[in-house]
Design a protein around this ligand. Sequence first.
Ligand SMILES: N[C@@H](CCC(=O)N[C@@H](CS)C(=O)NCC(=O)O)C(=O)O
Length: 311
Amino acid sequence: MKQTQDKNSKNLIGKQSYKVLETTEPWILYHNDFSLCSRKVRICLAELKINYKPIHINIIETGSADNLTKDFKFINPNVTVPVLLHNGSPIYESHEQIKYLQEFMKNEINLNDEISYWVKKGSLIGEPINDLEKYAGNCVSLLTPPLFISMLQNISIFKFFSYYIRHPVKFRAFNFIIFKIFGFNSYKAKTPLFKISQKVITHLNNHMREFNSQILNKKWISNNQFSVADITWAVLLHRLEELQILEKFSNNYPAIENYYIRVKKRHSFKEGVLDFKNTSVDKGVKILQKSISSLNHLRKHYIEIEDSIKK
Ligand SMILES: N[C@@H](CCC(=O)N[C@@H](CS)C(=O)NCC(=O)O)C(=O)O
């Protein structure tokens, strides 16, 4: 049943021929409420009206690392969510899951160069620090730490040691330990994170300007047809909203503001994102809002963001 996937876990991409679960459920999604990639796949499933069994897997940000259990490592040795099972066989990597679902439903409309361009631009590709001028997804990923820091505040430091030991990707686990230890001090002037953020926001502003022009007088990104490009940008804008950054773009980019209002009314966004409320995320957002107004150096970081958008 299970092949030699542990040896080749790095190559686990797309649909596998073996099963990781004997099940009568045609579709199962291992996902996390907060994870961007999980949100994309859930919107896609809702768009395609596919019934599926969602299984929530906590990751450290949402309180405990259930992704590091033996049971989940059997499902995905790379310990990431989402994982989609079709008749018990896993499909790895969110973009492959979306491609597989579209092909399965023969949803050919969703393929053209314009859509591919915007999907790529909105995705996290390679290491986040690289290609900031190409990918808005990389920029948003680098602006996310304040929310991680907020969400990690209520988790005991002791959990992080076992998290580090059990995590197969040490540098990922290490980043979270740093966020836990240094908290919002990571945003004091002249710290690496503070400096990176200044660079990131300039690039993100360019992406947002281009995106604003793209959707001017349009309902959706391509041919006025809701597509995987809209799924990609919907979750990015939602993350920027959680980060308290989206509102700063509103004055300069009214088309984005109106687009996001339409996104929030879309049935699939409601079913795939808004209906998956999570108390750790809600608490994290509240802590972040409070910290921006009470901590000088964090407020300064947000003022820098506002200023570079106005430029
Ligand atoms: N390239 C993967 C990325 C998946 C990923 O990084 N998922 C994160 C949540 S957004 C995760 O599972 N993190 C858990 C961890 O690293 O401990 C995909 O597209 O599915």
